[in-house]
Design a protein around this ligand. Structure first.
Ligand SMILES: [Zn+2]
Length: 84
C-alpha cells in the first residue's frame, strides 16, 4: 500500500513538472506577435502624417514627422528628459 502511494506521488510530481515546462514554452512565444502593432502612433500637426512616436521629431508642443516640419510649425525641440 505504501508503494502505491509513493507511485502516485511520483506520477503527480512528474505531471506537475511537465505541465510547468509546457506553460513556460507557450507564454514567451505568444507575446512578440502582439507588441509591434501596439506601438504609439502620433500625428504630425503640420502635414497630418501618422508615424510611430519613436521615429517622430519631438517638439515642445508635440510630435512631428521630421525636424523640418517641427521648425516649419515654429516649435522648439523638446529638452532632454534625462536632465532631471
Ligand atoms: Zn509633417
Amino acid at each position: 500500500m505504501k508503494l502505491l502511494l509513493l507511485l502516485a506521488v511520483v506520477f503527480f510530481a512528474a505531471w506537475l513538472w511537465r505541465r510547468g515546462r509546457i506553460a513556460d514554452r507557450q507564454v514567451p512565444a505568444q507575446r512578440p506577435s502582439v507588441a509591434p502593432e501596439l506601438a504609439d502612433m502620433v500625428q504630425c500637426p503640420y502635414c497630418q502624417l501618422h508615424l510611430p512616436s519613436e521615429e517622430a521629431a519631438q517638439g515642445a508642443l508635440g510630435f512631428y514627422c521630421s525636424e523640418a516640419h517641427r521648425a516649419a510649425a515654429g516649435d522648439r525641440p523638446k529638452k532632454d528628459e534625462k536632465g532631471h
